[in-house]
Design a protein. Structure first.
Length: 77
C-alpha cells in the first residue's frame, strides 16, 4: 500500500506465489522516494521470508510504528 504496488508481481496467483518464493521485494525507496529508513526496515521485517526475522506479533508491529511516528512528530526523522 505504501508504494502503490504489490510487493510481489505476477499476472496470476501461481506467478505471485512463485515470486514470493523466488524474489526479494523491491525496496520502498526504489518505488517511492523519501521513505524514512526505519519505515523501510519495518516493512522489510514484515516481508521477511524466515519467520524468525519477522515481527512476532501485531503488538510488535504496533510498537515499531509508534516509535517511528514519535520520531517523525519530534523531528528526529
Amino acid at each position: 500500500m505504501m508504494s502503490g504496488r504489490r510487493a510481489f508481481a505476477g499476472d496470476t496467483a501461481p506467478e505471485v506465489l512463485a515470486a514470493i518464493l523466488r524474489d526479494e521485494p523491491p525496496t520502498l525507496e526504489s518505488l517511492q522516494h523519501g521513505v524514512p529508513a526505519p519505515v523501510e526496515a519495518a516493512v522489510r521485517r514484515c516481508l521477511a521470508r524466515r519467520p524468525a526475522d519477522r515481527f512476532s506479533s501485531a503488538r510488535e508491529v504496533e510498537a515499531a510504528l509508534e516509535t517511528i511516528l514519535a520520531a517523525i512528530e519530534t523531528g528526529r526523522l
